[in-house]
Design a protein around this ligand. Structure first.
Ligand code: SF4
Length: 343
């Protein structure tokens, strides 16, 4: 791969929270997190609710500043960017959030919502050119015939159509990276695939890198089938690799637990699937993160060292993994679909 566009190095983000007794405590939502993002790639970030993945998206979009560590965009510290470079960052990185209704002004038509950033950033000149560009954008995201959508208000569109409008608004600024935080979780199940396919198409045709944030392993696997997958647990990345390799040879016990929880449609495949004997199903709170490896209270392979020492991300059999005992833990795989076809 080429030089990264975005580089996080030992980034920590903290918020004030309250513990079980109501006492104020500091929560490290992201903890010494390092991550490189490359031009034109698709990276899926998967993790349970509260693991810090949305905060990570906001840091990458420049909405949260790291309390510690650095975030570089195009090689420059994002916190000290000024003038032209700051503008390039603001336009170059776009965030799409899950609630498409809240993200659009209900009193503006789709045309008005798409026109605003074009005019504000002087990307078009004159009413005619702006109208033409809005039409092109709606065509690009598949909202055709354009006349049926352009003068409607957000409440007149479905959740899937509104997500397409948000996608159109993001690409109107010619971004290099789009961060999509749970973009299909509020969309009707029957339309999710079409939104994921739209993102894949925009990635291929426009060369935009996508960072897809989700709690859903199945959609992460689908969107990033030729990309990378990062797995987060309580503020840290615990495994990062190519999706195909991760699905076939998961190394971190938490990723293995996620895979073992994926329901399989075919009884023969389901029979082949082992259950990982994790010790508990409750995810600890960030206000009381376990010492050492955060996963140790649930991990079937935990040792004393795991309780004491925080494992750092290091090279694994493929990609990187944060586990003291990755070499001796058997890799984990989902049964292949050949199990169903052979019956
Ligand atoms: Fe389990 Fe220890 Fe590895 Fe953490 S470091 S995942 S507790 S074996």
């Amino acid at each position: 791969m080429t030089k990264p566009i975005m580089q996080l190095e030992n980034v920590t983000v903290s918020f004030e929270g309250r513990d079980g007794g109501g006492k104020k405590v500091q929560m490290d939502v992201l903890q010494e997190l390092s991550l490189d993002i490359f031009s034109g790639e698709i990276l899926a970030i998967v993790g349970e609710s509260g693991c810090g993945k949305s905060t990570l998206g906001k840091v990458l979009a420049g909405l949260h500043r790291p309390a510690e560590g650095t975030y570089r965009y195009e090689g420059q510290d994002s916190v000290v960017l000024k003038g032209k470079e700051k503008k390039a960052f603001r336009l170059g990185v776009q965030l799409i959030q899950q609630d498409s209704y809240a993200a659009l002004n209900p009193s503006r038509t789709i045309f008005q919502s798409l026109k605003a950033p074009l005019v504000a950033h002087r990307l078009t000149r004159g009413a005619k050119q702006t109208r033409k560009r809005v039409t092109e954008l709606l065509e690009t995201v598949g909202l055709t015939p354009v006349e049926q959508f352009v003068d409607k208000f957000p409440h007149q569109l479905s959740g899937g159509q509104r997500q397409r409008v948000l996608m159109a608004r993001a690409i109107s600024l010619n971004p290099r990276v789009i961060i999509a935080d749970e973009p299909v979780s509020m969309v009707d199940v029957s339309l999710r695939l079409s939104i994921l396919n739209l993102m894949s198409r925009l990635n291929k045709e426009l060369g935009i890198a996508f960072i897809y944030i989700t709690h859903d392993l199945a959609t992460a696997r689908f969107i990033a089938q030729k990309g990378r997958l990062a797995v987060m647990y309580l503020g840290r990345i615990v495994e990062l690799s190519e999706v195909g390799l991760m699905m076939n040879q998961a190394q971190h016990p938490y990723m293995q637990a996620l895979l073992s929880a994926v329901p399989l449609p075919h009884p023969k495949m389901a029979k082949l699937k082992k259950q990982l004997p994790i010790k508990g199903y409750e995810v600890p709170k960030l206000t009381s993160s376990p010492t050492g490896c955060h996963f140790h209270p649930r991990c079937p392979y935990a040792t004393e060292e795991c309780e004491r020492e925080t494992p750092q991300l290091r090279e694994g059999k493929h990609g990187v993994v944060a586990c003291h005992h990755a070499e001796r833990i058997p890799v984990w795989t989902l049964p292949h679909s050949s199990a169903s076809s052979s019956s």
